[in-house]
Design a protein around this ligand. Structure first.
Ligand code: CS2
Length: 482
């Protein structure tokens, strides 16, 4: 039976949670992570932490969730069988481009204590290599032209804080949940840059009164596929148009820096509240996201569709374990009490989970925004310390081939990246593999001067790129640590 013919999922008889949080960027990840922690906080101790979700671009999520009163199924996928959760913490979903005034009115509501964000790397409208606001970003240009109807998350935060200030309402705390290093600091910086361009007094008020704690978030949540909706229908007997699929593991480490009264008791549900998130962020961004991206480009070019399939290949299993051991861990300072060897062993088991179908193509998206913090900063630091980093270099070469838009068998790749067109044009305009590598290295938003000017890195990258063409991705991965 097609899942649409089943009764639609509805809210249980429990009352809708009272408003306390606005979340910007209502994708699958937040619904499988932050939203579940907040639901647990309320289940345990009450409080007003109900969430109004905001989609900043597309109406799809609202169209799917509203007919089921914003409740959804979160399916925990363990190798020994699934576990069903019903999540009822979301009260409403707003679509920003359809009604920006409604979003601002909700964010300005004195009931709202916390604004959380998962807008992905590109949602910060910054230059990934420097962390500074990109003032030419079309959304920032639009925010400046029309601050009452913002386009970017930063525009909404700034305008909502201006309304609160004018009304004498204290600011909300802004908690970023994206995979960026120093994410709280970066968000505070770009928000203040934008606010300064609008009204310097507002910028001063925000800087003195608003807290932007950093956080490290972790849970593998592959995009929901049509077959997942069917599986949920079979397991629950209900049609859910927007379930989320997630691994059992989860972690959230949050900087304990909230304005009084704005902090949900996250510590009661397993969130680690710490003074400094940086060591946790570095560990996660490099060990997990760095190898995820490496496996994504090299796996995709090797014809491997998912992360589980990729690490099931012996050459890739050896490759990723060696990356951790010889290239990533030596550059890390572990967070207090964490054994990095044990951390990456557990990570390998998470990657192997055969019921998580996490596409290499999905992780390969937006590489221009991800590569600096996942791989390139490590290369820069490692070279400065005189270390050899052949595996990470090979991963960058694979990204360069990937963004050319043609795989190693000559088939087109559907490259999703805000810089896709520019990257392809640069690659196409160069004749030889060496020239393609050199052309891509000139992209200042991605590569720092230190990497661009490193002659050894350039020649190693060219050799890796040529090797991919001559031998294929699997042979290059195999040869790496042989
Ligand atoms: C992934 C992340 O898609 C990607 O880029 O690397 O979404 C990853 O699954 C999460 O950060 C895990 O916490």
């Amino acid at each position: 039976m097609s899942p649409e013919n089943l009764p639609r999922l509805t809210r249980s008889s429990a009352p809708k949670p009272a408003l306390g949080v606005v979340h910007l960027g209502l994708g699958a990840f937040y619904r499988a992570h932050g939203a579940i922690y907040l639901a647990e906080v309320m289940a345990k101790g009450g409080g007003d932490w109900g969430i109004t979700g905001v989609s900043l671009k597309s109406p799809t999520q609202a169209e799917r969730l509203k007919p089921q009163d914003c409740v959804y199924t979160a399916l925990e996928l363990a190798p020994d069988g699934p576990k069903v959760h019903h999540v009822e913490i979301i009260r409403d979903v707003l679509v920003a481009p359809e009604n920006p005034a409604a979003v601002l009115a909700t964010m300005a509501d004195p009931q709202v204590k916390l604004v959380t964000l998962t807008v992905t790397e590109k949602g910060y409208c910054h230059n990934p290599a420097t962390g500074k606001l990109n003032r030419d970003h079309p959304d920032i240009v639009a925010d400046l032209a029309n601050p009452d109807a913002p386009a970017s998350a930063l525009g909404f935060i700034t305008r909502a804080l201006a309304i609160r200030r004018a009304a004498g309402t204290p600011p909300f705390t802004v908690l970023t949940c994206d995979n960026l290093p120093d994410n709280g600091h970066v968000l505070r910086g770009v928000t203040l840059e934008l606010a300064t361009l609008i009204d310097s007094d507002l910028a001063t008020w925000i800087s003195e009164n608003t807290h932007f704690p950093a956080s490290m978030v972790d849970r593998i949540v592959p995009a929901t596929k049509p077959e997942d909706i069917e599986t949920v229908g079979k397991l629950t007997g209900h049609y859910d148009a927007s379930p989320v699929m997630m691994e059992p593991f989860r972690q959230w480490v949050v900087e304990d820096d909230f304005a009084p009264g704005t902090r949900p008791p996250l510590d009661t549900v397993g969130v680690e509240m710490v003074a400094r998130v940086t060591p946790y962020e570095d560990m996660k961004l490099r060990c997990l996201n760095g190898t995820h991206s490496s496996l994504a480009y090299l796996g995709y070019l090797g014809g491997l569709k998912t992360i589980a399939e990729t690490v099931a290949h012996p050459a890739y299993a050896t490759f990723v374990k060696s990356l951790w051991r010889y290239e990533i861990i030596p550059g890390l300072t572990p967070p207090p009490g964490v054994d990095l060897r044990a951390y990456v062993n557990a990570l390998f088991t998470r990657y192997e989970n055969p019921v998580i179908r996490h596409l290499t193509w999905q992780i390969a998206m937006d590489g221009s925004q991800k590569l600096p913090q996942r791989i390139l900063f490590q290369l820069e630091e490692g070279f400065a310390q005189g270390r050899k980093l052949p595996g990470l270099t090979l991963a960058v070469a694979a990204w360069m081939r990937y963004v050319s838009g043609t795989d190693l068998d000559g088939n087109p790749i559907d490259v999703r990246d805000p810089m896709a067109e520019r990257l392809k044009t640069l690659s196409d305009a160069a004749d030889t593999p060496a020239d393609k590598v050199r052309a891509l290295l000139t992209v200042a938003e991605v590569f720092s001067p230190a990497l661009r000017d490193n002659a050894k890195f350039t020649s190693d990258l060219i050799a890796a790129y040529e090797g991919l063409i001559a031998k294929g991705a699997i042979a290059m991965v195999e040869a790496q640590y042989a």
